[in-house]
Design a protein around this ligand. Structure first.
Ligand SMILES: Cc1cc2nc3c(=O)[nH]c(=O)nc-3n(C[C@H](O)[C@H](O)[C@H](O)COP(=O)(O)OP(=O)(O)OC[C@H]3O[C@@H](n4cnc5c(N)ncnc54)[C@H](O)[C@@H]3O)c2cc1C
Length: 809
């Protein structure tokens, strides 16, 4: 066994084998995999191992395409062919128009990744799958690439290829401890000896937290018991000259594929069970949980109704095994928050289908710092601290119960709510707020007219539309108040804070006390990594001279990692997160100045406090730090208040606002207004797949200012692949949702990143990345909005108040 290597992958299921193989493909060949038992002896060996191309965003579709192409290559290996039934095709069924709309949207999105799904009516579903009835069936989505693979031979093939490239695999070698050295390298302790390495990767499936504990971290991953049954031969299948397509059913929560001459039916029962919450028997190896078909009777009945042939056939065997889940259903693939040189590929609930792609994404991140797709949807840092095992289990149960029922736009499900709140949450609730969940935070989405008010989830404008219009009008014509909790806020102190930030940000950042600037951070490839408002606060009785770095709520761990890893050995910089300590109250609208003047002794005139100013003050008797910035495009003040004083500040502002008819506005109103102003959302419109020029942020890049992270790579980048444009969409019944394809004739020329109705302009607006030939103002393209072709014209950004005079006051 080696005692020194570059990377150690811990765990030999599909996650570990795929990572090992892809590390060798990305150029790291001195790598090792250690497995406590035999390869695939965790969950992988008993997987139903279906491999679909279907995903709900382009990163997932792209990485699944990679899996499929890789598996086809392994199937065609003349020496060690892997058994892979590729191309049986698969149908996702639907019984409601809203589900069908979703499929149409996902088909539009996948087209941008060169993947074609077909939308079928009920009769066509039955024609392609002769064993199903069309009762209570509206139609479905057809994935021609669907199939299934033999998990054991897949992992063996990946390990064999990795070994051939130089990697080593040590079976029956449990990792017993992990020690990080001062230089951030690791010692992996095993029962056969120690291995020193630069990088460790946790790929331990349901034992993820045993190995997590060895490095002092807790991963938000929980396991559920999951069962499938395999039937005896079915005569119609025996007689059929082609294999049956796969089925996935959100109506009765099962999947089904052909297994030999019978069917394999897997269940997502409502009466589901978590597994291993109190620890896992160390001898649970190549093992199964006791089967329990009674628990899945509800699902089985639905499957019988859809496939009556199941009622006449015996059950050959039942498999019940642990399957891992996370808070939002997607796995955790990437850097482990707060750790250096430590990565994970965990929480895979569809690891056979996705594993090829996830290993590819992870290996690219480890070797090159970033993958070819934006990996935020699988980034382990997207949950920040509130996700203990109880919350994860609650969300896992909810997710399991809804396995094939995708989230509709703006749908926030009930499990595990209230994880992060402020003293104002119950007040807003009492006033009729509907809440959205943003990284665990309960944020007002809009104000309901009465407690019985509910929207109908779907892809069209819903019943909240007039309410949002009302909130926007209140902001535009008078003044509104909005709580932005969880906004990421770092306090950066130390002598070198300015030079440090100057190196991190690609533009010129103000160093002046009392001034605020907006900056963008690039990665080493010159692509967009982060967006931050930077406010300079002088030394006062509240603290030393400091910079407040603000970014999206979900960015806390991500940005902290990125900043921390760039502090030079001799640089005097300290970074402290205030995210959980401070909350923002935004007041916006032409009367905002009157309101703030009524509750604070300071001079808030345009001359004394111009746009982009920062000031410490009191709102009533609550200490506050006010920034003169606006996301709505109206005159606005961002009032940062310690949570202990939040109620006091809010009460003072509400009382002062009464004279001006102040209204609460929520996140949907903010989204509508920011699209009218050309403002972007991190990880919707700001992605690592594009550089700042492609994203239209030229004015925030100063190539001549000296060195900054990403500058060299940015200099090397020549022609833009895409450009971000603002679109005026000629459609009044639905927004253009992120992912929708931008078409020119039959050609896909771009992808929508976000879209909303602009209530002040009366325009349906969207942002999209399009190929440069289609980025000129005036260009007319079409959008595929849930299967409907809709004209859209490229317009200049910020159609509302284009000279920005209102926000400047
Ligand atoms: C019944 C069932 C049906 C499924 N059907 C499908 C499907 O149709 N399609 C699909 O894509 N997915 C399916 N899945 C999910 C899929 O099987 C899993 O996502 C996948 O197998 C997880 O692989 P993994 O490598 O993450 O974990 P595992 O396969 O559990 O591998 C983890 C490995 O880490 C090792 N390990 C743990 N601790 C240590 C240690 N201390 N030292 C060294 N090694 C260690 C373990 O021994 C194990 O081999 C199904 C799952 C179940 C239970």
């Amino acid at each position: 066994m080696k005692t020194q290597t570059k990377a150690v992958v811990i765990g030999g299921g599909i996650a570990g084998c795929s990572t090992l193989y892809h590390l060798t493909q990305e150029g790291w060949t001195d790598v090792v995999l250690v497995e406590r038992n035999e390869l695939t002896s965790g969950t992988t060996w008993h997987s139903a191992a279906q491999v679909t191309n279907f995903g709900m965003n382009q990163t997932m579709v792209g990485l699944k395409t990679h899996s499929i192409n890789l598996y086809k290559e392994l199937r065609d290996d003349p020496d060690y062919p892997v058994s892979y039934n590729h191309g049986d095709g698969g149908i996702r069924l639907a019984s409601t128009e809203a589900q069908m709309d979703g499929y149409r949207h996902f088909a539009s999105m996948a087209r941008g990744m060169d993947v074609e799904f077909e939308i079928l009516d009920a009769e066509e579903c039955a024609r392609r799958h002769p064993l199903i009835s069309t009762d209570n069936l509206l139609g479905g989505l057809w994935d021609a690439n669907d199939g299934d693979i033999d998990p054991a031979s897949l992992c063996q093939a990946l390990a064999r290829r990795a070994r051939k490239a130089g990697a080593e695999v040590y079976r029956n070698t449990p990792v017993t401890g992990l020690t990080q050295l001062k230089d951030d390298s690791w010692i992996v302790h095993t029962d056969k000896g120690d291995i020193a390495c630069e990088v460790v990767i946790n790929a331990c499936g349901y034992r993820v937290n045993e190995v997590g504990a060895m490095m002092g971290v807790h991963h938000p991953v929980a396991s559920m018991e999951h069962q499938y049954m395999v039937t005896e031969d079915i005569p119609a299948i025996v007689e059929s000259d082609k294999r049956m397509p796969l089925l996935r059913c959100p109506i009765s929560d099962y999947y089904c594929r052909q297994e030999k001459n019978g069917l394999l039916v897997g269940f997502y029962e409502q009466d589901c069970k978590t597994w291993g919450m109190d620890g896992i028997d160390p001898h649970f190896v190549n093992a199964l949980c006791p089967d329990d078909l009674d628990r899945v009777m509800d699902v089985l009945e639905g499957a019988f109704e859809r496939m009556p042939c199941l009622m006449d056939v015996g059950i050959k065997n039942i498999v019940n095994g642990p399957i891992t889940y996370t808070i939002d259903g997607a796995p955790l693939v990437g850097p482990i928050p707060g750790k250096r040189n430590a990565f994970c590929i965990i929480g895979l609930r569809a690891g056979l289908g996705e594993g090829g792609g996830h290993g590819w994404m992870l290996a690219q991140q480890i070797v090159h710092g970033e993958a070819c797709y934006d990996t935020w949807c699988i980034d382990p840092r997207r949950f920040t601290g509130h996700t203990n095992v109880e919350l994860t289990a609650l969300k896992s149960i909810e997710d399991y119960q809804n396995e094939f029922r995708f989230h509709f736009p703006n749908e926030h499900r009930p499990a595990g709510r209230g994880a992060k709140t402020t003293p104002l949450t119950p007040i807003f609730k009492a006033e009729g707020a509907e809440f959205a969940v943003v990284n665990g935070w309960e944020r007002v989405e809009y104000m309901k007219p009465d407690s019985d008010f509910h929207v109908t989830y779907g892809f069209k404008f819903d019943e909240s539309y007039p309410l949002v219009a009302h909130e926007v009008a209140a902001v535009q014509n008078g003044v509104g108040i909005c709580e932005v909790n969880g906004f990421n806020r770092f306090e950066i102190t130390g002598e070198d804070r300015h030079s440090f930030l100057d190196r991190m940000i690609c533009g010129r950042v103000t160093k002046k006390d009392g001034r605020v600037g907006l900056g963008y951070l690039l990665n080493d490839h010159g692509m967009l990594k982060a967006e931050a408002t930077v406010a300079n606060l002088p030394a006062t009785d509240r603290g030393p001279a400091r910079v407040w770095y603000g970014s999206a709520a979900a960015a806390e761990f991500h940005d902290m990692d990125w900043l921390q890893m760039h502090i030079g050995a001799n640089e005097e910089v300290q970074i402290k997160s205030l995210t959980n300590d401070q909350t923002i109250l935004v007041i916006a609208g032409p009367k905002a100045r009157d309101v703030i003047s009524a509750v604070s002794r300071d001079d808030w005139s345009k001359e004394a406090f111009p746009w982009l100013s920062a000031r410490e003050c009191f709102i009533g008797f609550a200490p506050a730090t006010v920034l003169g910035v606006s996301f709505s495009g109206e005159l606005a003040y961002e009032i940062h208040v310690p949570n202990a004083s939040l109620y006091a500040a809010y009460t003072a502002l509400r009382e002062a606002g009464e004279a001006h008819g102040m209204k609460i506005f929520g996140a949907l109103a903010v989204d509508s207004m920011r699209l009218e102003k050309g403002f972007l959302h991190w990880k919707a419109d700001i992605l690592t797949e594009f550089d700042p020029f492609e994203t239209g942020l030229d004015r925030f890049v100063k190539m001549d200012k000296g060195d900054f992270v990403g500058r060299d790579a940015l200099l090397e980048r020549k022609t833009p692949a895409k450009r971000l444009v603002t679109l005026h969409v000629d459609h009044d019944s639905a927004a253009a949702h992120g992912g929708a394809s931008v078409m020119f004739g039959r050609e896909v020329v771009g992808t929508v990143t976000s879209g909303e109705w602009g209530h002040r302009t009366g325009m349906n607006l969207a942002y999209a990345f399009v190929v440069p030939e289609f980025a000129n103002i005036g260009m007319v393209v079409e959008l595929d909005l849930c299967g409907t072709s809709v004209a859209a014209q490229v317009i200049a950004p910020s159609p509302y108040n284009p000279d920005y005079s209102l926000m400047r006051g």
